[in-house]
Ligand binder design. Structure first.
Ligand code: URA
Length: 222
């Protein structure tokens, strides 16, 4: 069923909006004018030029996000760090390598999910993103979610969880991690940020539990 759903989502992505199955033959009708891949590409072009907040003055590259556009699972982190800023790709530094290793433990390669951040440009010296920077950038994430339509979003860290779930600033990630929430039709699961795990290895079993839940709900594992 998951494979069928992914196939239907793929057809929608490449521009078809109606699929009929008739005596075993799949018929596709009504090619759309635009499709989510094109919309996402247009959005990316816009974001790469963005200067809606002060971070555009200090960034090397915008880190838009990357991965499978038809995936059921999206990861959302906080903001690019040094390596991400240099390479223009999300989660490629030490925290990202840890995330990739955890995914690989379950036989999932990172190009099968979509990875992005709340804020698309690196805050200087990796400081926390400021509220006005989050406010300026968040509409881009909303559009990414709208175009990709993941079943599940795994929020990496308190910033992502608080922003996506609109929770108070003081909400502790330890209190909300692993608990399924809803954002429209999307299941949202908060968990620890991999950078936290680099400093606190004892958080790994809980992170793994949350990742497993997300992978299961997204249909990657049984
Ligand atoms: N930390 C984040 O939150 N995002 C990245 O892309 C890298 C590190």
């Amino acid at each position: 069923m998951d494979e069928l759903q992914r196939f239907l989502k793929f057809l929608e992505f490449i521009g078809y909006d109606e699929v009929k199955v008739d005596r075993g033959v799949t018929m596709v009708k009504n090619r759309k004018e635009s499709n989510p891949i094109e919309e996402l590409e247009k959005l990316k072009e816009e974001v790469l030029k963005c200067c809606k907040c002060r971070l555009c003055k200090t960034r090397t590259n915008v880190v838009f996000g990357e991965g499978d556009l038809t995936t059921n699972l999206m990861f959302v982190g906080e903001a690019p760090g040094e390596q991400e800023d240099l390479q223009g790709r999300p989660f490629v530094g030490r925290a990202g390598q840890l995330l990739t290793r955890f995914l690989n433990l379950y036989g999932v390669s990172r190009d099968k999910v979509y990875i992005t951040n709340i804020v698309k440009c690196r805050p200087p010296n990796n400081r926390n993103p400021a509220p006005d920077e989050i406010q300026a950038c968040y509409p881009y994430l909303e559009k990414q979610i709208e175009f990709i339509k993941p079943k599940v979003i795994l929020c990496l860290g308190a910033f992502a969880a608080r922003t996506i779930l609109n929770l108070p600033e003081k909400t502790s990630i330890s209190k909300i991690r692993g608990k399924e929430q809803k954002l429209g039709n999307v299941i949202v699961i908060p968990t620890f940020h991999p950078a936290y795990l680099l400093r606190n290895r004892k958080g790994e079993p809980e992170f793994q539990k949350d990742l497993e839940l997300a992978l299961r709900l997204a249909g990657f594992i049984k």
